[in-house]
Design a binder for this molecule. Structure first.
Ligand code: ADP
Ligand code: MG
Length: 570
């Protein structure tokens, strides 16, 4: 027997579940109600633009008011309003949204996206309210205002209202344990967090609480350098200026807008915890988006706004979501493009930002195959190779006269950035190409400029080029390069492997490039000091052990000699 039918739901059972467990966070009711108010205003604009409403739209605004005596919080908009039929359709039917219908009908006249889509947001108000009232008047001609109330049970009442102004007021009678929402400071804080970039003024006690303008939705052509910097300062106050930024802006195959900044990587910045803010249609969703962007992009900051990121699924499901993965790839690609552009068009800025960018890019290259392909050619290293135009870089960009008025001082070369510019930078490819004959596929690198200075000099003297690989990520990066370039030999300048390069004295002994002394000389000095004699002779045999790496007999004797001397003096 085959039977088909519809699964029935008992609202009495499902209602408390929707109310209590839909959102883990009670405070988001405000975000939901304000989102609905913004939508109502956008919808009115669309209807008006489509020529279906000839009345005055007025100044769009959302008013929040608090009544401490009545323990109510209400949100009023001057948007589209609802007729009795619409209340029945969209409010009385849980999980029924007008958004899709609306977007479909008015897609040609929409300029702002509609936020709603699940038809569940309104019911979040029952997380904090024991009773909710809707008072609303539709824009439609001859519409009758209606008043709806519900105490959170599936029963509601719908009656005529005496309201005469177009729009909707939602009034929440707060539960005793939710009275914190009667504090204006709490409301201001929530509006600033969730609704700061919503495109309608949100007022409390006559004061506009939100910034409204969302720079990431603007065309990059309309934004100046200063606009980007100002926005960064707004998002991350009291932080150093960012190095550069990427404006994301696409509609296909998914919608994503955003501005991502490269900050200066300071040791105190925790790069494992993302600081990019996630928005959905200008509504704040989350302070970090580790699940959406590739891990190596986590040091970036800024805003990502996408309505194509599913927000109603768990975080682990997000990571495997195909669209989310594609969005991550897209962002990485855009970031790579921006770096490439800077490398090509503004080498000076690229080099001056390299200290911070480099760490980030090397990390990306090691962690993401696609990103590696895209940017590996723009990984650069400081090198001992000669500057092609020495004179140009020696003239300081800015000079000031000293107080005595005689000498000129270079003020530009004191900063780290200018310091960087003094050096020549090269890619690995260029290095290998340039040194093909002499190096025979060897790369000489220095990991600590001051400790290995003598070795670097030694290589330079021999006409060998040395790369500086001295940032904290380079230890890993060298390992990575060794795996990538299997036919290239990477040699640290002070490693034993290339003893052949070291200077020798007349007797054929190796001279330590750091002290410029041979081992025999060092031992002699030790004895001279220990015996407090200006000159000590040691027989050659005592200075050389049979094994070249072994300890010479004189050194084995040193403690014994010292002991005897001490005894003699005692
Ligand atoms: P969603 O916003 O996802 O559509 P909601 O549960 O938040 O779902 O709202 C359901 C429907 O109720 C909306 O689609 C809209 O038609 C209507 N609605 C809610 N609030 C308002 C309002 N302030 N003005 C006009 N209509 C509203
Ligand atoms: Mg909604």
């Amino acid at each position: 027997m085959i039977e088909q039918g519809t699964i029935s739901i008992h609202t009495e059972n499902i209602f408390p579940i929707i109310k209590k467990s839909l959102y883990s966070d009670h405070q988001i009711f405000l975000r939901e109600l304000i989102s609905n108010a913004v939508d109502a205003i956008q919808k009115l604009k669309m209807v008006s633009r489509a020529g279906e409403y000839s009345g005055d739209i007025g100044e769009p605004e959302i008013q929040i008011s608090i009544d401490k005596n009545q323990k109510t919080l209400s949100i009023t908009d001057n948007g589209i309003g609802m007729t009795a039929d619409e209340v029945k359709k969209y409010i009385n039917q849980v999980a029924f949204s007008s958004a899709e219908e609306f977007i479909h009908k008015y897609k040609n006249v929409s300029e702002q996206p509609i936020i709603g889509n699940f038809g569940l947001g309104f019911y979040s108000s029952f997380m904090v309210a024991k009773q909710v009232e809707i008072d609303t008047l539709s824009y439609k001609e001859g519409a009758q205002a209606v008043h709806w109330t519900c105490d959170g049970s599936p029963e509601f009442t719908l009656a005529e209202s005496s309201r005469t102004t177009r729009g909707t007021t939602i009034t929440l009678h707060l539960m005793e344990e939710e009275l914190e929402y009667l504090e204006s400071a709490r409301i201001k804080n929530l509006v600033n967090t969730y609704c700061d970039f919503m495109p309608v003024p949100i007022k409390l006690d006559g004061e506009v609480l939100n910034r409204q303008k969302a720079p990431w939705r603007e065309s990059p052509n309309n934004l100046s350098q200063e606009d980007y910097l100002e926005f960064y300062r707004y998002l991350y106050p009291f932080q150093e200026e960012p190095l550069l930024w990427v404006h994301l802006n696409t509609d296909y195959p998914f919608i994503i807008n955003g501005i991502l900044y490269f900050p200066r990587l300071r040791p105190d910045v925790d790069v494992t915890k993302g600081q990019i803010k996630l928005f959905c249609n200008q509504v704040f969703v989350s302070d970090h988006c580790e699940e959406i962007i590739p891990q190596f992009l986590l040091p970036m900051r800024g805003v990502i706004d996408s309505s194509d990121i599913p927000l109603n699924v768990s975080r682990s499901a997000l990571q495997t979501d195909r669209t989310v993965r594609k969005i991550g790839d897209y962002i990485a690609k855009k970031v790579g493009d921006r770096l490439k552009e800077l490398y090509r068009d503004n080498r000076e800025q690229y080099i001056s930002a390299w200290k911070d960018l480099g760490t980030f890019m090397k990390f990306g290259v090691m962690n993401d195959e696609k990103f590696k392909k895209q940017i590996e050619e723009f990984i650069i290293f400081r090198t001992t190779a000669k500057q092609p135009e020495q004179t140009a870089s020696e003239t300081p960009a800015v000079q000031v006269q000293s107080e005595q008025g005689d000498a000129w001082q270079d003020v530009t070369s004191t900063t780290g950035e200018q310091e960087n510019l003094k050096y020549q930078y090269t890619t690995l490819k260029e290095y290998l190409e340039r040194n093909k004959e002499r190096h025979q596929n060897r790369v000489f690198y220095c990991t600590d400029e001051s400790a290995q200075a003598a070795y670097v000099e030694l290589h330079k003297k021999q006409g060998l080029e040395v790369l500086f690989m001295d940032s904290f990520i380079d230890t890993h990066f060298i390992n990575f390069l060794e795996r990538e370039y299997t036919d290239v030999k990477f040699t640290r300048v002070d490693s034993d492997l290339d003893q052949t390069l070291l200077d020798k004295d007349k007797a054929g002994e190796i001279v330590d490039p750091k002290t410029n002394k041979t081992r025999s000389e060092v031992i002699k000095e030790l004895f001279e000091k220990a015996l407090n004699k200006p000159k000590v002779n040691i027989r050659t045999e005592a200075l050389k052990s049979d094994d070249p790496q072994g300890t010479p007999p004189a050194m084995v004797l040193l403690p014994e000699i010292l002991r005897r001397l001490r005894e003699m003096n005692a």
